[in-house]
Design a protein around this ligand. Structure first.
Ligand code: IPM
Ligand code: MG
Length: 364
């Protein structure tokens, strides 16, 4: 199979982790006899420095030609504490999602058994948890009308959803539930918000087409509590952009660390794959970032965009094998376990890439 993959490293540790994701993709191509061609483009802070905008037209043109995109992260501390700056790295990511029609963000939360002790949640609560989030990605307060009034003394962001936006992601969530445990939990705040009442009505309507899937509704505050109290009670979680952003950071603790969680953003055409973590400037340049979320994002790409199930599984097996042998980055290193060997970012990438070779030899 011949594919063109655009690498968008972005800012901070984004650069460090995508290099490892790419390393593993190169290895997969080599072992399974595919041709993956790579190109690279600018986004975020670096793009602002070079061109004055967070998503240059040239980047967008490159992305439109790609078969899939591996993205790192955007963000820079310079902007975080300067709320008055008009051009911001995150605008690049939001514009890219909108322009490429990436309305469905899939965030699978599954704990590798080896990391049971790495989470701050008790192992007996976690074991066996397996959740797939469908976070709507191109609507909500993120894209509603926003502005200032009253001489800048009031600010607003409109929470807005249209029927078609809820329908299209709901269909994806229900279809996914059919090949899992046939449960969808739709999360909203319908006791307070009008947009949530529309959300709930549309989800109920769509659910009629999936009689084999059990639908429950939950308010977002209750869902936040339940996720930590009983993560195993969830299968597919369907929710809006803002609630999904918050709940998936929370749910990352179920997978041991933010550094483990991969995501896929899909929609009209090209798919984008990225860790759920940010640019983490506090650890940038130290070589300690966990590349597994980027590597697992590459696995999602192979499965979802290219339909390469065996290749995708080979990556997951290689990650699992690496963890089993005791290799960890610092964020998932549990000092109670003696056989742990702490690796830096690129050594972790090498380790996983090498184990792809081993898996191949074993299965053939
Ligand atoms: C995410 C991030 C982004 C979001 C930021 C960087 C704009 O937190 O992908 O979860 O809020 O969507
Ligand atoms: Mg987030």
């Amino acid at each position: 199979m011949k594919k063109l993959i655009t690498i968008l490293p972005g800012d901070g540790i984004g650069k460090e982790v995508t290099a490892e994701g790419q390393k593993v993709l190169v290895k997969i191509a080599e072992y399974f006899g595919h041709q993956f061609d790579f190109n690279e483009a600018l986004i975020g802070h670096d793009a602002i420095e070079a061109t004055g905008t967070a998503l240059p037209d040239e980047t967008l043109a490159t992305l439109r030609k790609a078969d899939a995109i591996l993205f790192g992260a955007v963000g820079h501390p310079h902007y975080d504490n300067n709320p008055n700056l008009k051009v911001r790295p995150e605008q690049g990511l939001l514009k890219m999602r909108k322009e490429l029609g990436l309305y469905a963000n899939l965030r699978p939360i599954k704990l590798f058994d080896e990391l049971l002790e790495a989470s701050s949640i008790k192992p007996e609560i976690l074991k066996g948890a397996d959740i797939l989030f469908f976070r709507e990605l191109t609507g909500d307060v993120y894209f509603g009308e926003k502005g200032r009034k009253d001489n800048d003394e009031t600010a607003y962001d409109l929470m807005v959803y249209s029927k078609y936006e809820v329908e299209r992601i709901a269909h994806k969530a229900f279809a996914a539930a059919q090949s899992r445990n046939k449960k969808v939990t739709s999360v909203d705040k319908a006791n307070v918000l009008e947009s949530s009442r529309l959300w709930r009505a549309v989800v109920q309507e769509v659910s009629k087409e999936y009689p084999d899937v059990n639908l429950t509704h939950m308010f977002v505050d209750a869902a936040a509590m339940k996720l930590i109290q009983d993560p195993r009670s969830f299968d597919v979680v369907l929710t809006g952009n803002l609630f999904g952003d918050i709940l998936t950071d929370e749910a990352s603790q179920i997978a041991g660390s933010m550094g483990m969680l991969a995501s896929a953003s899909i929609g009209d055409r090209v798919g984008l794959y990225e860790p759920i973590h940010g640019s983490a400037h506090d650890i940038t340049g130290k070589g300690i970032a966990n590349p597994l979320a980027s590597i697992l994002s590459a696995a999602l790409m192979l499965d979802i965009s290219f339909g390469l199930k065996d290749e995708s599984q080979a990556i997951i097996n290689a990650v699992s094998q690496t963890l089993k042998e005791g290799y960890r980055t610092i964020d998932i290193a549990d000092s109670k376990t003696e056989k742990i060997k702490v690796l830096n970012t690129s050594a972790m990438g090498d380790m996983v890439a090498q184990r792809i070779a081993v898996n191949e030899t074993i299965t053939n």
